[in-house]
Design a protein. Structure first.
Length: 302
């Protein structure tokens, strides 16, 4: 299973914050934004990950994340010269994907919830077994801003529409998608929309019409945050701060997830702790490495 983080775009809605740096490099409380989608792919058990960003910003992601070895993953990088739609990620990443199943997560999306690892790994298993695609629906008050999924009386998805004027439901499709090994082939068939973009909704419609689109709703106990606006960016930081203060443990700590997965050892974890110095993030890694914090080891069931 391959994974892609799409971290492109100009971030104009966040100007002047993003005039000289990528939106996905901005802080969400105590971590760069990209740590959150990276942690999602790692919790899903995905180790081969491609980061797609602009020619200007990609070197900064490389400086931040390196080759991924300290997280127990392999990171590759690809330039997106212009933001021509989310489905373009699978065309840009065709060589990286190599005919394998692939997940896509948007670089400005944050997911949190008890049992999230199990949910993600179930989506991976479905994609790897050739059972189509899995996307996630989340109840929102403003569905007209998103791709909206409509369900029948049996809670089966019957339609998906991009930014509808009259939404058929309040369930938005989140920025996390799992596809089988047909995804690049399907993405190449997507035609530019009226906005001139290769819409991910049109890709999802292909799986829907094929009868292999699975929509899992994220209900109570889950949180999905899209940090594309100034208010949502601030609210995301407040959410992370509130959760971490309540449970006295940080979330989306990528080195910790790697250690939980058995991808790095305690010595590598301690090296990372020393790199972060006396920061709370570094102290947490040190506590984990020295066994002062009990961790659940992820397995095939999450």
């Amino acid at each position: 299973m391959r994974g892609i983080i799409l971290a492109g775009g100009s971030g104009t809605r966040l100007y002047p914050l993003t005039t000289v740096t990528s939106k996905q490099l901005l802080p969400v409380y105590d971590k760069p934004m990209i740590y959150y989608p990276l942690s999602v792919l790692m919790m899903a058990g995905i180790r081969d990950i491609l980061v797609i960003s602009t020619p200007h910003d990609l070197p900064n992601f490389e400086r931040l994340l390196g080759d991924g070895s300290r997280y127990g993953v392999h990171l590759s990088y690809k330039v997106q010269s212009s933001p021509d739609g989310l489905a373009q990620a699978f065309i840009l990443g065709e060589e990286f994907i190599g005919g394998e199943p692939c997940a896509l997560v948007l670089g400005d999306n944050i997911f949190y919830g008890n049992g999230l690892g199990r949910t993600l790994r179930a989506a991976v298993r479905d994609a790897e077994s050739g059972e189509g695609s899995t996307v996630f629906g989340y109840y929102v008050d403003d569905p007209e801003r998103y791709g909206v999924v409509e369900f029948d009386e049996n809670r089966k998805a019957v339609s998906i529409e991009e930014k509808p004027e009259h939404p058929a439901s309040n369930y938005a499709v989140t920025g996390l998608y799992f596809y089988d090994n047909r995804v690049t082939e399907f993405a190449k068939q997507v035609k530019p929309s009226a906005r001139g973009e290769l819409e991910i909704t049109d890709l999802n419609k292909m799986y829907l019409e094929d009868g292999t689109l699975h929509v899992r709703t994220l209900g109570r106990g889950y949180a999905w945050l899209d940090t594309g606006t100034m208010d949502s960016l601030y609210e995301a930081g407040e959410f992370v701060r509130t959760v971490q203060r309540a449970q006295t443990l940080p979330i989306a700590v990528v080195e910790e997830i790697a250690f939980q997965n058995g991808w790095i050892d305690a010595e590598t974890l301690m090296d990372s702790a020393e790199k972060y110095g006396k920061s709370p993030y570094g102290q947490h890694l040190k506590d984990v490495a020295e066994g002062r914090i009990a961790l659940k080891r992820y397995d095939s069931e999450g």
